[in-house]
Write a protein that binds this ligand. Structure first.
Ligand code: HEM
Length: 507
């Protein structure tokens, strides 16, 4: 891509940015000096950077694909210059292990996307904090109250009820065209909001009417969070100007959502602070946060992070799975066969899922080809250290390209083919020990929601396949379903998956 096209495609020539250009030029000399790769010895290899923009023009809309292509030329650990930011990308299990295991202690800080640079909230963040005491406390609280075996068991009634509501909705809408992502998102958000607040927050919709404001707001947050071309993140000196309006836009949405949550929090807080309250009355995660003395800002931040991190990743994992099942009739038949054999009762209870090893192999195969967070969340080097004998300087941004590893012919036979059988007799798992398959990451930043996310994915998939025959609108051939991706906080299908549901004859 030439520079003019790059600037135009990225809206860097818009009138708003003319003002910034003059400020920007003042820093050119400084930036150019900083851009010189030679100023730091022994960096991982990478394409030569251009003055000022470095390698920004090579990133494109799908950085997981562009960095995978660059890695093919320069090797499994590459370095790139994005404006002033130095970026290192790992694309092999050895490089991933170097980052997420050997140097985990030094390389587990975070860079914060513009959308989440909210002054009042950031100090309370789990996702965007460095590995400090706040982060440790929040992870411990979430682990014990949300994701422990005991907590997951306690949540199973809610999970079953919400999936039951989804199935009821789809039964009522048989024969109509339904957007799968919307239905699954609603189910997962209501599951989480019931666990956290003790109530549903979204209505099911068939995608034809107006969507409710909360769903729109959460989608907006995700959209802002997924903006990868924010000038401020490449040139920190421009950060404070919020040139793309990303920080302000997110704050506006947050204000609206938090005003709604505030009413619920105040109500519950009054009860918890009343003299008649005793701890065994606590029912929800909100009760636990209030008992732990959380302020409103602490609650807003944690709940928003759990909503954003927990719903999209899981929803999109379900959608990618269903897309692959539709494309591979024989896989769908095998899952159905497995469920018929295991059937003892009318409903698939969450406890029964471990009896579906073929479905689990399918989910692993989908994670391999379509990890919903293809570059993990951005890590940051808290100190200078070495990986694969290369220097990773302090403040380097780090991506682990799990998408590239899933498609590497050196690691997988016939990597672009969807073959769940490769996992049926294999011990390989996605829990952070096998570095060729890391959809949840590994090390201290590994996804704390893994047990909950995987339970939901299995339960929703099993319930959908058991209950419905799935068809594409207008009799389209499912084996030809396109699999184009759109990069974001969680990677989604470029073209939404629209389906017609038809109830199956009971087995
Ligand atoms: C299939 C579902 C899911 C996938 C694929 C997934 C994937 C990931 C990945 C790749 C990371 C980043 C790891 C890193 O930076 O190295 C992450 C972080 C995180 N996830 Fe998940 N996730 C899923 C479900 C969930 C759920 C259900 C929740 C909570 C309700 C959740 C909450 C979080 C949080 C809070 C973090 C940040 C952890 C930290 O920075 O210490 N995730 N997830």
């Amino acid at each position: 891509m030439d520079i003019t096209t790059f600037l135009r495609d990225n809206n860097f020539l818009s009138p708003l940015l003319v003002i910034s250009t003059s400020i920007f030029l003042l820093f050119i000399v400084k930036q150019t000096k900083l851009l010189s790769s030679k100023s730091i010895k022994n960096l991982p290899p990478g394409p030569p950077p251009l003055p000022i923009i470095g390698n920004l023009h090579l990133m494109g809309d799908n950085p997981h694909v562009s960095t995978a292509n660059i890695a093919k030329k320069y090797g499994p650990l590459i370095s790139l210059r994005l404006g002033k930011q130095l970026l290192v990308v790992a694309s092999s299990p050895e490089a991933a292990m170097g980052i997420l295991k050997t140097q985990d202690r030094h390389l587990s800080s975070r860079t914060v996307p513009a959308a989440f640079q909210q002054e009042a909230l950031l100090p309370h963040s789990l996702i965007w904090s460095e590995c400090n005491q706040t982060w440790k406390n929040l992870r411990t609280l979430c682990r014990s109250e949300m994701f422990s075996t005991k907590a997951l068991e306690a949540q199973s009634t809610i999970r079953e009820e919400k999936v039951g509501q989804m199935l009821d909705f789809l039964r009522r809408k048989q024969g109509q065209v339904i957007e799968l992502e919307d239905v699954v998102f609603t189910t997962l958000l209501n599951t989480l909001s019931s666990i956290i607040f003790g109530k549903d927050m979204l209505q099911f919709s068939d995608g034809n009417g107006s969507r409710d404001w909360l769903k729109e707001s959460l989608h907006k947050v995700i959209e802002y969070g997924s903006r990868i071309k924010d000038l401020g993140s490449f040139y920190p000196v421009l950060e404070r100007f919020d040139l793309h309006g990303t920080t302000k836009g997110t704050m506006k949405v947050f204000d609206k959502v938090f005003a709604y949550w505030e009413v619920i929090i105040k109500e519950r807080s009054a009860l918890i602070n009343s003299p008649t309250w005793s701890s065994d009355q606590a029912q929800t995660f909100l009760d636990r946060m209030l008992e732990n003395g959380f302020s409103s800002n602490q609650i807003y931040q944690l709940v928003m992070e759990l909503f954003v991190a927990g719903t999209n990743t899981t929803t999109r994992t379900v959608v990618w799975n269903v897309s692959e099942f539709l494309r591979h009739k024989e896989v769908m038949s095998k899952i159905e066969e497995e469920m018929k054999m295991e059937k003892n009762s009318d409903e698939i209870a969450p406890s029964q899922q471990s009896k579906l090893p073929y479905l689990q192999a399918c989910i692993k195969e989908t994670f391999r080809l379509h990890p919903s967070v293809p570059l993990l969340l951005p890590h940051l080097a808290a100190d200078t250290c070495e990986v694969m004998n290369y220097t990773i300087p302090k403040n380097t941004k780090i991506f682990v390209n799990v998408w590239a590893m899933g498609r590497d012919p050196k690691l997988w036979e016939d990597p672009l083919s969807y073959k769940p059988e490769r996992f049926t007799d294999s011990k390989l798992d996605f829990k952070g020990q096998d570095f060729e398959l890391l959809p949840f990451g590994s090390g201290r930043r590994i996804c704390p929601g893994l047990p909950s996310g995987i339970k939901s994915v299995e339960f929703i998939l099993a319930s959908l396949i058991r209950e419905f025959d799935l068809a594409l609108p207008n009799g389209a051939d499912p084996s030809k379903l396109d699999m184009e991706e759109q990069f974001g906080i969680a990677m989604k299908r470029k073209n939404p998956l629209k389906l017609i549901f038809k109830q199956k004859q009971p087995y």
